[in-house]
Design a protein. Sequence first.
Length: 288
Amino acid sequence: MLKTRQLGKTGKSVTAIGLGAMPLSLANRPDEKTAIEVIRVFIDLGGNFIDTANVYCKDNSDVGHNERLIQKALKTAGKTGEIIIATKGGLRRPKGRWETDASPAWLRTSCERSLLDLDTDSIFLYQLHAPDPRVSLIESVGELLRLREEGKIQHIGLSNVNTHEILAALTIAPITSVQNRCNFLERKSFTNGVIELCVEKNITFIAHSPVGGHFDHGKLATNRTLMKLAQEHGASPYEIALAWLLASGEHILPIPGASKVSSITSSLKSMDITLSHSDFRLLNQVDI
Ligand SMILES: NC(=O)c1ccc[n+]([C@@H]2O[C@H](COP(=O)([O-])OP(=O)(O)OC[C@H]3O[C@@H](n4cnc5c(N)ncnc54)[C@H](OP(=O)(O)O)[C@@H]3O)[C@@H](O)[C@H]2O)c1
């Protein structure tokens, strides 16, 4: 039995390791056959939560690439509707740059386009990709609330937010998830109150970049503590880092990225690792 996580108060339970689909669509993406195989292997091994965004693509001309890819993979596998998809709106990709636009108009346009790209009538979890300094958060979340009332989305998530922003959003809408950067080497979410607040409010904390991120994940592979425990458990340092995140809280849902089948196969194995109390203490104490 794979470990699971409750998604906020939705009553839905998903595998404790989700697939972060972003690397399948950025500039250095794999060919489509490989990308679809990564998604297929994740599903075939029992994974059932995929994180995406309309802007996981090369640039503005390619928006929706990741969502279309996931839709195609699920359709080919005959699994449309069985896998929980969490997507996002609130950014743009002019000339491949990442720019915030969480205006109500752009959120609505993005959501309606995501419905087409995912070939669905309703998105299970729609996340505000990031607050926009030019738009009040209440206006952005207010638009997500309207999309929810219209049935276009079922649940609302936030991403890249602090505790003040979470509390502000909660004054007008139920929040199912918060997705922030969090991994063995970057533990801010454990110390700035975000994870604590998620526990208190029964919000799932989705750990993005959980093995160090698109550019920095190599640092994990050479971390001495992770290497030592990896050897003891017959695992890889990446798997120990994910097992540590899983052991850090029942409400934490890591979404490791993968553009190779071997990466997602390995990440799913982290659910089988049982860290001892002394392993966990060592991982918590390590001087990063
Ligand atoms: N909300 C946001 O602003 C935000 C920002 C960044 C990411 N995200 C989400 O979080 C997901 C994960 O972040 P990420 O992809 O940037 O970083 P990551 O999960 O830390 O992964 C980075 C890279 O590490 C490699 N990797 C992962 N697990 C591995 C394993 N078990 N063994 C060996 N190598 C492994 C993969 O390389 P290969 O590609 O070579 O397989 C992967 O592309 C994204 O896909 C996206 O869905 C959200």
